[in-house]
Design a protein around this ligand. Structure first.
Ligand code: PRP
Ligand code: URA
Length: 215
């Protein structure tokens, strides 16, 4: 049983999530296929995180009669953390009409594993109603926590974190620093190693998405 309650962390149990995770983790998976599997997992996560968004009534004329339907009633933003979060953007823009995409540049210092903030175009006013932070890896939680803090400064009311793989250490940190956040992930892995990589994990997500693994 997970140490985290479902109000704090939603872990996908979907069979397709398990199947695409197996292929994503495989070290033999090449970048084009890695991007594809990451995209499917982002779609499954996006379906889950958006399942209870606010709706408003609309009147629709079908070919036969007029009926009452519903449409989204919220400004929704995706906030990919550069670089690896970019691999999760297209599935969301495909699914959510009028999605706003705001980029946040963070990288982890290789020595300290602390996030370094290098790019941010978040405006000071007019926050969206809902922000969905995208990053395939939640390791120490430092990057996610910094991103969430930036969105809170922007006064976003509802913030969700979407990660493909999360380490328990990182989840604990994010929830300790932001108890009002719900994390959606396809897998809660075992632990971090001494270089703060997730075990069993999948290696460096950004390098595998963008084919920049050292030769
Ligand atoms: C990775 C990953 C997260 C961060 C997670 O990014 O995509 O942003 O590390 O680690 P944390 O939870 O310990 O902060 P990385 O720094 O490798 O940058 P990249 O996406 O540009 O490759
Ligand atoms: N970033 C990654 O891409 N992978 C990890 O395991 C940890 C941080």
């Amino acid at each position: 049983m997970s140490e985290f309650s479902s109000s704090q962390v939603v872990e996908l149990k979907h069979s397709l999530a398990q199947h695409h995770l197996a292929l994503l983790r495989d070290k033999a998976t090449r970048p084009s296929q890695f991007r594809y599997h990451a995209g499917v997992l982002a779609t499954l996560l996006a379906a889950e995180v958006t399942s209870n968004l606010p709706l408003r009534k609309v009147s629709v004329q079908t070919p036969l009669e007029v009926m009452e339907c519903q449409e989204l009633d919220a400004r929704i933003a995706a906030v990919p953390i550069l670089r690896a979060g970019l691999g999760m953007v297209t599935p969301l823009t495909d699914m959510i009409p009028d999605l706003e995409v705001w980029h946040l540049g963070l990288y982890r210092d290789e020595e300290t594993a602390q996030p370094v903030h290098y790019y941010d175009k978040l405006p000071a006013t007019h926050p969206p109603d809902v922000a969905i932070v995208l990053d395939p890896m939640l390791a120490t939680g430092g990057s996610a926590s910094l991103a969430i803090a930036a969105l809170k400064r922007w006064k976003v009311a509802r913030i969700f974190m979407l990660s493909i793989i999360a380490a328990p250490e990182g989840i604990r940190r994010v929830l300790a620093e932001h108890s009002d956040i719900r994390i959606y992930t396809a897998a809660i892995d075992r632990q971090l190693n001494d270089r703060k990589y997730i075990l069993p994990g999948l290696g460096d997500a950004g390098d595998r998405i963008f084919n920049t693994l050292p030769h």
